[in-house]
Write a protein that binds this ligand. Structure first.
Ligand code: PLP
Ligand code: COI
Length: 346
């Protein structure tokens, strides 16, 4: 394999969307007879699997989303990769899939990023290398039961902002649909949750909203999360608040922001219920996640009202501070809390 650091890619790095671009290497490992094989890097981006694979029919599929960041010095680093490994393990346990060990997960991610180092966008291009680890249940099967064989793979693709505005606020709409049930799989990063979100997401986009906001499935009175990100609000008293619910995805970005808001910005922090009829307690609001980073929410359309937070056109000052703090750590310009950054050796 030619050293990735000697290769170059000619892309318009500052104008990438959030779409798939085939890169050179992915990691792939197979689980059979109760054990993972050693795994290897492969140049083939197609899988050949049985038509009976439980992933295809019964949604036995889980995934992760992470990013590799290029620093000012040209190094490459990861943000809290062990947290993604642990969350994938929890998702897999929920779907009766085997766990891919945390250390091996991080090692596989580092290997794929290093092999595709030339695909990591330049510092300050506004783009990053998105990393997609996933696991699927495969093999000949027809009954509703867990697979006997699994594939774990990690691929990467360079991306720009997930929501079109980037740091410019965009508007969101409350959905009448639920993405997950109260005691269902909402807290797991599994394919079925995203399949359920396709129709409401499309309906939101057809009405020119960035995405929809889901309410708690039991009472439809509280904000749960966005289709592809967690929700936060900042009160008039400078408290950073995120919804507390067992059916939302435990966002690594959200937990990082709760820490940074308290320890770097001196804000109050709370995880608690956020009632839809009390949106006026917030002066700023946003969506946060790996793909979304921090996307300010200009306004939220409910059934009978359009509620504007700070502004429909300008990011609020505390949201901007949180964004700057988080991204400065991710890109290596600010020292993060211990253990948050892992350097990739190319
Ligand atoms: N909520 C949903 C539904 C998501 O798909 C994501 C993306 O991963 C998030 C929240 C944010 O999670 P994280 O910050 O770990 O990327
Ligand atoms: C992420 O932020 O990594 C996500 O998984 C969101 C979306 C692309 C599914």
């Amino acid at each position: 394999m030619e050293k990735a650091k000697n290769k170059t890619v000619d892309l318009d790095w500052s104008n990438l969307g959030f779409s798939y671009i085939k890169t050179d290497y992915r990691f792939i490992s197979h689980w059979k007879n109760g054990a993972w094989d050693e795994g290897k890097l492969s140049t083939e981006n197609k899988l050949t699997i049985s038509e009976g694979s439980p992933a295809l029919h019964y949604g036995q599929a889980s995934f992760e989303g992470m990013k590799a960041y290029r620093t000012k010095e040209g190094d490459i680093q990861l943000f809290r990769p062990k947290e993604n490994a642990k969350r994938l393990a929890r998702s897999c346990e929920r779907l009766l899939m085997p766990v891919f060990p945390v250390e091996r997960f991080v090692d596989a991610v580092e290997k794929v990023v290093a092999a595709n180092a030339h695909w990591v966008p330049p510092y300050e291009s506004g783009s990053t290398l998105y990393i997609r680890p996933y696991m699927i249940g495969v093999g000949d099967n027809i009954g509703v039961k867990p697979a006997e064989e699994y594939i774990f793979s990690v691929f990467v693709t360079p991306v720009g902002p997930y929501f079109k505005g980037g740091l410019a606020p965009t508007n969101f709409i409350v959905s009448g649909y639920d993405r997950a049930a109260p005691y269902g799989t909402g807290a797991s990063k599994v394919g079925g949750n995203y399949a359920a979100s396709l129709l409401p997401g499309k309906q939101a986009q057809e009405r020119e909203f960035s995405d929809c906001i889901y309410l708690d499935p039991a009472t439809h009175t509280k904000i749960e999360e966005v289709g592809a990100a967690n929700f936060f609000g900042i009160t008039h008293e400078d408290v950073f608040v995120t919804p507390d619910s067992p059916s939302i995805l435990p966002s690594i970005t959200k937990y990082s922001l709760l820490y940074l808001a308290e320890h770097y910005l001196g804000l109050g922090v709370e995880e608690r219920d956020i009632y839809l009829d009390r949106l006026d307690e917030f002066k700023e609001a946003g969506a946060c996640g790996t793909a979304a980073v921090i996307s300010p929410i200009g306004g939220i359309q409910t059934q009978d009202n359009f509620h504007v937070f700070h502004s429909e056109t300008e990011v609020g000052p505390l949201t901007k501070k949180l964004y700057d703090t988080l991204t400065s750590i991710q890109f290596g310009d600010l020292e993060g809390p211990e253990g948050w950054i892992e350097k990739v050796t190319v």
